[in-house]
Design a protein around this ligand. Sequence first.
Ligand code: SF4
Length: 326
Amino acid sequence: MKLKNVFYLPSGRIFLFDLDGYLIESTEMRDVSIDGKEHFEVRNSLDPHIIWKHLKPYERKWLLTVSTQKGCPHNCHFCDVANLKFKGNLSQEEIENQIRNILNYTPYVNNSNKVKIGFARMGEPAHNLINVMKAIENLPKISEELNRNFKWLPCFNSILPQKTMQNISGLEVIDKVMDIKNNKFNGNLHFQISCNSTDEQQRKELFGGAIVLSLKNIIDYINKKKNIGRTVTLNFIVMKGIEVSVNKLLKFGLNKNNFVVKLIPLNNTINASDNKLKTYANYSNYEDLKKLGNKFEKNGIPVVIDAIAKCEEAGLCCGQLAQIYQ
Ligand code: SF4
């Protein structure tokens, strides 16, 4: 795996690695710590200095993402990885080498209380479950090998296909992720499920026709499982004309003991624009996003509202750089 190029954001870097002629992306970012009025300032500004002023120290939190596939077999209408040619799964070693490379290119980060690593840059990790899970289990070994004192927070983010490329059912994927979460990481694994709409037909269209587990099935199944530590996150990229019904989710069994809901503005991707998707809320009407969040909170459901800063967004969403360089 050769380093092809590095791109700098105000909060971190995107690496392009060449893997036998195919370009894959990995990232390292610092978190932006913001509150109250400053949140508005950071969100709306195009000035990187504003972000630099609010970066959290690596020791408190460091955010990494690695790719799990060469491209992705799906064609989600909001994601630019979908525009790349799909060339199959990465091996366990190829996933782990991205992590080793990021660590080696960042020799000044030796300690951190939270290194959150998303197996979610390019690829749907459920299709490469065995290699991804082995890489997750190996995280403590990798940091030890490179003399880093890290507390890892692995993050498994999936659309949960009903059947994976390796013929594993979506429910078995949940079983495996929850098993590693409860038994290997003492509950300290972040399981994020891409939902995006509460209407199953809309979900199917947004996922480019992918056959995924229904929300009712997911909520019901997780409610029956043992869940230590962190709750499971249901992600909604909020888009105009796309249903997010709190009542429906409550009827399906959504509850605060097992779930948190994350509301995310739609990124400026080429695919989203080609598919005429528009964000429900972003910088100018962030309050609308908060109002939607309040509807969940009124029913006792915890909500995280994720709004990426304006100056972080320019052309650097998942798959965009690989697309340009490919
Ligand atoms: S959102 Fe995930 S599953 Fe969908 S195309 Fe992008 S990488 Fe693949």
